[in-house]
Every structure is written in structure tokens, then in C-alpha cells.
Ligand binder design. Structure first.
Ligand SMILES: NC(=O)c1ccc[n+]([C@@H]2O[C@H](COP(=O)([O-])OP(=O)(O)OC[C@H]3O[C@@H](n4cnc5c(N)ncnc54)[C@H](O)[C@@H]3O)[C@@H](O)[C@H]2O)c1
Length: 378
């Protein structure tokens, strides 16, 4: 069968551009799809670097002005893999040009931008994804399936952490291409948009809407050298954020993210406790799901560690033989596969921009609560 082509314009050639390019390159090898991705153009700030990226990953051409890629009649899909302050302008222009859009998380700098982006893709009627890739790690997808099956019963608690340690030194600068995450103008916020957004996306998906939040944030290092100006400037991002919340289903939530947890590089965990069972997951052991079923018979009741590698586990029949692991990068391959599949079925792939907007609302409410010291209703 002749496959239909989907021409991709990749904006950015950093970390996420690599994970997404890898996904487009792999997806055809493992999934049977009507559409095949074509790595058409990669765009980034420095031409030679864009060319080196194109040579490595197989893009046909390079560009340094993202507007040219958005206007290119040959491009079907724009991938927004650049710092957060460019998400809105690129995604909205892409939607207006009739392109499909996959945008990295957090969707935007704030709710106003996220709303404008959502309205733009919906008005244009173009397929869109907010790239919260963790939903597509098989153990995380299995967790969602178990929750939806009702096995946990009434949910009492949802707790999630995302812990890192890379900004403890006061010598880490802010701004520029390597450390834009510490510059509030480029990132919008600190760990709230960068790390908690992932936790919130999974929480909303697995446990439903959040009705109110109460948060505190801290900026431990108050001034850092700005790479561009060369001057010491005050730090506008949150270095750490803790919040608790109420979900519409009556459960309580407890969330923490920080870049000051010495020893932790990317410890993303969540745990859900229900009347009849609990589940827990840890990014450092991403192929396993811990599950406790209170209905098990007394003598052998206990936490199970499910190695999510069997043929009937989510996505796993597409990979190797039962018992063999896959990793982080496969979550992006699954996203690419689900997106291409959705072009055939016409059914949207979640999380869409509208889902990303819901996460953005919680992020903004958390930052608002931290500022005012008050509960914020959603
Ligand atoms: N889904 C995830 O788990 C995950 C992980 C990391 C980053 N992200 C998100 O992905 C996005 C990119 O992060 P990253 O880690 O890849 O960053 P990065 O610093 O590695 O790469 C950023 C890229 O953007 C390019 N760029 C910057 N301004 C540009 C412009 N005006 N025009 C064209 N290109 C421009 C740079 O050349 C660079 O290639 C961010 O929104 C980030 O929050 C998501």
C-alpha cells in the first residue's frame, strides 16, 4: 500500500527536537500506519547547527526563520520544540496557516496565551497535541486503565513529586540558550511550568478536575548572572513549589517539585490511594507499576510489582518479546504513532491543546496562590 506522506517542519534542534525526530524515524518500523512521516525541514537559530542536526537525523532542508517553515506550502505539521516564550507565536501562526501542530509543554507562558492557542487550532480545525509524553509510558497508560476500570474504588489521595538538583549552585547562570529555564521571560515560571505541569497533566487525566489549590514557592538563589547581559539580575522563577489541592471527586492532592533535592536528577513519582487498592509509579523504574489490591486473599495480599512488558500491556505488542524493556524515548514514538493513527480515524489524540490549557489553569492558580498565600478556586 502506498502510504500517505506527512511532511514535518521541526522548530528547534535541542533536546526535545531530538526525542521527536527519533520518534518520527522509528514509528514506521514498529507501527502499521496509513501515514508516513517525512522529515522535511528543521529550523533553529544557528544555520550550521541546524545543518548538523539535519545531517544527523535526515532532514531534507534547514531554515533559521521559523516563519518561513510555517508558510511553506509543502509542510503539513509544525513541531514546536523551542523555549516556552515562543510556543504561542509559532503555534498560532502555524494554525492560521492551516498546519497541524504538536507543541511541547508547558503549552504556554500563562492561561491567556494557552487559551489563544487553543482557540487558534480549534478555529483552524487542525489536529493538535500538547506534548505531555509521560501519558504514553506503558506503565503509566496501564495505571490509567486500572483507574478507569474502577478497581481502586473511591479515590482518597493523589500525590506526585518531580525532583531534580541541577540549579543548587549559585554559579548556574540564567538566560541564553543553555539556561533559558531559569529566566522567567523565556520560561514563564520555574519548576511549576517545567516539572509540575507533567504531574498535573497526569493527575487531571487519571483523577479528574482539580477544584482548588493552596501553594507555596521559594526562590532559593535570588540573583544569578544573565548570560546575555553579563550582569547579576534578580531571579524571577520558582526554584521549588509545593501545593495541595482538592479534586472534584472528593480526593486530596499533594504535589512537590524542586531543583534543590540533592541527589535526584529526574525523580518523577505518583501514587494513588483508593478504597480498594493503590497504584504507584516511579520514572527511575519506568517499566514497572506497583499495584495493591485489597480484594486479594489475606495470606498473599501485598504490593505487586508489575513488569509492564507483556504482549497485552499498552503498546508492548509493537516492540520485542514479553519480558524485554523499552524506555523513555518510546513515549515519544507512541505519541507519534497515536497522532498518525488519529489522522486516519479522525479522532483527536489527547492531550490536545484544550487539555494543555486545563493544566495551564492549574499552574497559574498554583502560582497565584503562592503569591497571595490564599486558596485559589478553579
Ligand atoms: N516533554 C518533556 O518531557 C520535555 C522535556 C524537556 C523540554 N520540554 C519542553 O520542550 C521545549 C524545548 O525544550 P528543550 O529542552 O528541547 O530546549 P533546548 O534548549 O534543548 O532547545 C531549544 C531549541 O530552540 C531553538 N530556538 C530557540 N529560539 C528559537 C527561535 N526563535 N526560532 C527557532 N528556534 C529557536 C534553539 O536553537 C534550540 O535548538 C520547552 O518548551 C520545554 O519545556 C519538554
Amino acid at each position: 500500500m502506498m502510504k500517505k506522506k506527512l511532511n514535518i517542519g521541526m522548530i528547534g534542534y535541542g533536546f526535545m527536537a531530538r526525542t521527536h525526530s527519533n520518534a518520527w524515524r522509528r514509528v514506521d518500523n514498529f507501527f502499521d500506519l496509513e501515514y508516513t512521516p517525512v522529515l522535511k525541514t528543521v529550523c533553529g537559530l544557528v544555520k550550521e547547527e541546524a545543518q548538523a542536526f539535519a545531517d544527523r537525523w535526515g532532514y531534507e532542508s534547514v531554515e533559521t526563520d521559523w516563519r518561513k517553515v510555517v508558510e511553506d506550502k509543502n509542510i503539513d505539521l509544525i513541531e514546536v520544540c523551542v523555549p516556552n516564550n515562543f510556543h504561542a507565536v509559532i503555534a498560532i501562526a502555524a494554525a492560521k496557516a492551516g498546519k497541524m501542530v504538536i507543541c511541547e509543554k508547558p503549552l504556554a507562558l500563562n492561561v491567556a496565551q494557552a487559551l489563544e492557542m487553543t482557540e487558534a487550532v480549534e478555529a483552524a480545525g487542525v489536529p493538535n497535541i500538547a506534548s505531555f509524553n509521560y501519558r504514553r509510558i506503558p506503565a503509566v497508560t496501564l495505571a490509567k486503565n486500572i483507574i478507569d476500570s474502577g478497581k481502586l474504588g473511591k479515590i482518597f489521595h493523589y500525590r506526585a513529586n518531580f525532583l531534580q538538583d541541577w540549579t543548587i549552585s549559585a554559579d548556574v547562570p540564567q538566560g541564553g540558550m543553555a539556561t533559558w529555564r531559569l529566566d522567567a521571560k523565556a520560561a514563564g515560571s520555574g519548576v511549576t511550568g517545567d516539572l509540575l505541569a507533567h504531574c498535573i497533566d497526569l493527575a487531571l487525566w487519571q483523577n479528574g478536575s482539580i477544584s482548588s489549590v493552596n501553594a507555596m514557592t521559594e526562590t532559593f538563589v535570588k540573583e544569578r548572572k544573565n548570560v546575555e547581559s553579563g550582569k547579576m539580575e534578580s531571579v524571577g522563577i520558582d526554584d521549588a513549589c509545593t501545593f495541595f489541592c482538592r479534586f472534584d471527586n472528593g480526593s486530596l492532592g499533594n504535589f512537590e517539585a524542586t531543583r534543590y533535592a540533592r541527589g535526584h536528577k529526574a525523580l518523577f513519582t505518583f501514587e494513588i490511594n483508593g478504597e480498594n487498592g493503590s497504584i504507584a509509579w516511579d520514572l527511575h523504574d519506568l517499566q514497572r507499576l506497583s499495584f495493591f489490591d485489597h480484594n486479594d486473599s489475606g495470606l498473599t495480599r501485598g504490593w505487586r510489582s508489575i513488569h509492564v512488558t507483556d504482549g497485552d500491556h499498552p503498546y508492548m505488542s509493537k516492540w520485542w518479546v514479553p519480558g524485554l524493556s523499552i524506555g523513555y524515548e518510546h513515549s515519544f514514538v507512541h505519541q507519534a504513532a497515536d497522532f498518525l493513527e488519529s489522522l486516519s480515524t479522525g479522532k483527536a489524540t489527547c492531550p490536545t491543546f484544550r487539555d494543555g490549557l486545563e493544566t495551564q489553569k492549574v499552574c497559574d492558580a498554583v502560582l497565584d496562590s503562592a503569591k497571595t498565600g490564599q486558596w485559589v478556586n478553579l
